[in-house]
Design a protein around this ligand. Sequence first.
Ligand SMILES: Nc1ncnc2c1ncn2[C@@H]1O[C@H](COP(=O)(O)OP(=O)(O)OP(=O)(O)O)[C@@H](O)[C@H]1O
Length: 357
Amino acid sequence: MEGHERNENRIGDMLQFVAPGTPLRDGIDNVLRAKTGGLIVIGYGKEVQQLVDGGFHIQSEFTPAHLYELAKMDGALILNDEGTEILYANAQLMPDPDIISTETGMRHRTAERVAKQTGHLVIAISQRRNVITLYKGPVRYSLQDIGVILTKANQAIQTLEKYKLVHDQSITNLGAMEFENMVSFSEVIQVIHRIEMVLRIKREILNYVNELGTEGRLIQLQLTELVSNIEEEASLLLKDYSKKPDYEPYYILRKMQEESGTELLADEQVLKLLGYASGTKLSDMIYPRGYRIMHRIPRLPSLIIEHLVERFGTLNDVVQASVKELVEVDGVGEVRAKKICDGLERIQEQLFVDRHL
Ligand SMILES: Nc1ncnc2c1ncn2[C@@H]1O[C@H](COP(=O)(O)OP(=O)(O)OP(=O)(O)O)[C@@H](O)[C@H]1O
């Protein structure tokens, strides 16, 4: 897995763990308000044990009130992996002083070093600055004010709506061109870039949703409504256009997301992921297998679509096939063959109406 993708997953996990609405977050918020400061390590594996000196073995059930009371003591609190028990209080942590830390205060330096050395989640609650900072492995993340995140999340939803409109239109145009046998690599790559943009903003919003916890339900609903099936649609597109029919579309999709950093992928990278040689010309024509369009035919099972692709190879050949030829395919009787013909005709008509709207 690429570095930035792994870090994003780490941030997502951390944020979920301390999201508003969880008992841990209630406890942390109490400590923040009381301005006592706090240092909390999640998990007490061997790696952590080696760094702990002194402290009281408490082993009490985790409640926000216990956390708040115990945080009044100096030193660190150590919780179990699930954050459901407080194991130690007033513990002195002694991470390797050679581990580089960019923090200045001792609490935050210790938190950063312990996280880097053990890979565990460490939470520093600042006494003076009203900030909660999370550390896990090399990742550092400062929690932001809920109001600020909500504003950002709402802005991101608006951006997503715009991206989604552009994406939908480009998918419609591509569909119309597929029926006309007019698709070149260039159109396919353009649609893939649009998918990339939608997926990227979706990931960003998911991070906000994780961070918002119970406060993010509305954003989550909007997100689901807008892009719940984007991955499935993308996977069908990749199945339509990958060089070899047996390419695993979700694998390509994951690779695509791993490889795209702050910039969109280069066209050659997309071609490579689809399995095409680097010299492939963007103006060359390419013919879809028809997975995406055939999935839009009502009540046509995926297995039958597989059989149709095996038998005919491209969407165009399915469109050209007579009822007699369709019936030769495993699982297709006369009634279903007619439904396929009618279905394709209707989809084509609809696409021609909707294109360039
Ligand atoms: N190695 C350590 N193990 C356990 N607790 C520590 C350790 N180092 C610092 N602390 C805790 O952090 C407290 C504050 O330290 P310091 O003021 O240097 O931190 P800081 O990073 O500036 O944090 P703040 O923003 O809260 O002031 C200490 O009183 C102690 O409770």
